[in-house]
Design a protein around this ligand. Sequence first.
Ligand code: PHE
Ligand code: NA
Length: 464
Amino acid sequence: MQKRETFSSRLGFLLISAGCAIGLGNVWRFPYIVGKYGGAAFVLLYLLFLIIMGLPIMVMEFSVGRASQKSIARSFDELEPKGTKWHLYSFFGIAGNYLLMMFYTTIAGWLLLYFFKMAKGDFVGLNADGVSAEFGNLMGQPVLMTVFMVIVVLICMGVCSRGLQNGVEKITKVMMICLLAVMIILVGRAITLEGAAEGLKFYLMPDFNNLMYDSQGNMILGEAIFAAMGQAFFTLSLGIGALAIFGSYIGKDHTLGGEALRVTLLDTAVAIMSGLIIFPACFAFNVAPNEGPALIFVTLPNIFNEMPMGQVWGALFFVFMSFAALSTVIAVFENIISFAIDRWGFSRKKSVLINLAAIILLSMPCILGFNVLSDFQPLGSGTGILDLEDFIVSNNLLPLGSLIYLLFCVSKKGWGWDAFIKEANTGNGLKFPKGIRFYVTWILPFVILFIFIMGYLNKFGIGL
Ligand code: PHE
Ligand code: NA
């Protein structure tokens, strides 16, 4: 058997895990969900879920990966007690990775396209309405969207085909650092815009009424809590083995609690900063914060129009945003590719080629959904297929998958607490506190289930 690849350094591991975590979830999804559910109060809820749910589950995913030395394709087979069926989850997990890519590649393509548009000066001199109209036009151009989606898929499959160290690890390092630098500068510009104060208030001063009722006075608390949980799992890449695989590529010299904390902090920093850029801009340029998935595309170009050398800053910003999205796509592709390698013994090359074609095809419904299939609105009004795919992943597969990882790690019928704790706490660094065993075993699973059920009831109006 071939020797398993490993990262060349610990920094490589941290950055790639952060690269997988930091992506559209932070710069695109976080702001629009926060805007939809009324701002600061929702942000608090989200932060709470990161700590009480996301962090422990991330430790569990890394542990399953490191102990099994396998991706989601085989990790449960490796660790489950004889005769049990935990490994069946590998198929749901991998389906989750595909489903995620079915809309993620399209949005990543929009970012890349916006980079080119910025660089070309397409937004120069447009007022806020003009900027919005540009986005509206894009929705009517499936061919253009397809071209950029295909570019995204080709770049990322290309990187993956070069293997772990040469491809994935090297590229991610540089990009993450550049992204952070540009974001800091933009926060500075955004919070000094005229009218920024209103935006900061919306984003930072909790008003719990906003969390309970929407603008028509309908009760939305249950749905908002459901959304906050989904966003917490989404942003940390939990529940479908996306991070577990990186656990399988590292050594035993650091505890996994410490590594998970670092990844979570980096991810949170980027999300919080995107809010600091976007909400001041919303209020400064009169864009409704509950605009939905279009939000960053109809606010951001306005900021650059207000900046000296805005065209340059705008291009830089969108290029690094694209990188953040690409590093996530690369990480998920790595999972998808190694699934076929680990489960069916494909060569890397064969797996890359087949998946390349598959992902392009699977991404088409999302693109056609804005235009050709736009009458199909399964979740009520919204963006049709994009919203549906996102809902299936973020509100269903990620929380339920996280629950499976959790049960696997705490239950005697699974891998079990002792084995989990031993793996998590091997190495130097922060230990997983044994004192929270009761909490993770008997409380957390019920909290997740409860929110899930309540969210569904609310979503379909049977609600609390
Ligand atoms: N965490 C990624 C982001 O924020 C999205 C993701 C979710 C990636 C689940 C993998 C698995 O963009
Ligand atoms: Na994220």
